[in-house]
Ligand binder design. Structure first.
Ligand code: C5P
Length: 235
């Protein structure tokens, strides 16, 4: 993957109800988009063959499967996904899970992204689930564990990108959802950042769904975002 192509910084979340709608979106977006995220909804609606087709056609695929199980199961599942040729896979940031997934990669080019604490959890939710740390502490703790276990990257909000970049150094991939171009509909996202600001804060890839998939002209929306990313990269 060419890191200097600004298109590779944009990951379009294919959060669409069925494979036909997702395929039509991919066809419409054409070469304006090089990287797609496929999540659980589409996976359970027959999305895995779509992911394989996208990979075969030269696209980068991020499988947002958030694996978490006993090490043997995580390792074997990761090995299957690595064989497919996907680029990114999410796993929950538990030490056993991260270690097992890392050990299963072999010489594949699959990169692991750890989910530290789900953004739907606040301090009270963590306490209720039996944790002693608050969200901030647990995110920092798990991020350091991910780094120590050679996990490639983290999913985090763009607001956390600058401090995580400072804490974790240049090599950790930072992948941020919750991105909204200036003036775009915010929807259910609470803390949003523009593409240019997220890149300036140190994000490596931006996950963007509805501002593109629900735009009147998705291709035009994607091209405008890539332009904005290119501008931010140029400084
Ligand atoms: O449509 P939108 O741009 O809000 O989509 C963002 C994507 O990133 C969705 O697939 C969503 O599930 C995912 N995501 C998120 N916030 C997180 C983790 C993942 O929005 N904390």
């Amino acid at each position: 993957m060419n890191a200097s192509d600004p298109r590779n910084k944009l990951i379009v979340a294919l959060d669409l109800p069925d494979v036909a709608a997702a395929q039509a979106m991919v066809t419409h977006l054409g070469d304006s988009v090089t990287f797609y995220k496929i999540g659980l909804e589409l996976i359970y609606a027959g999305g895995m063959p779509l992911a394989e087709r996208l990979i075969a056609s030269g696209k980068n695929v991020f499988l947002d499967l958030k694996l978490h199980d006993i090490p043997n199961t995580v390792g074997r599942a990761t090995a299957q996904i690595a064989k497919m040729g996907a680029r990114f896979l999410t796993i929950h940031a538990f030490p056993q899970t991260m270690q097992a997934a890392r050990d299963a990669l072999g010489d594949s080019s699959l990169q692991l992204l750890a989910v530290t604490v789900m953004t739907s959890y606040d301090d009270r939710d963590l306490a209720e689930a039996g944790y002693r740390m608050n969200v901030k502490e647990l995110v920092a703790h798990r991020a350091q564990q991910a780094k120590a276990l050679n996990i490639h990257g983290l999913i985090l909000s763009a607001e956390e990108a600058a401090s995580m970049r400072a804490a974790l150094g240049p090599d950790m991939l930072l992948v941020t959802p919750g991105i909204r171009p200036q003036g775009a509909y915010i929807g259910d996202q609470k803390r949003v950042m523009t593409p240019a600001r997220a890149i300036a804060a140190g994000a490596d890839h931006l996950v963007i769904g509805r501002p593109i998939t629900q735009a009147e002209d998705p291709r035009q929306a994607a091209e405008a975002i890539v332009q904005e990313i290119a501008g931010a990269l140029a400084g």
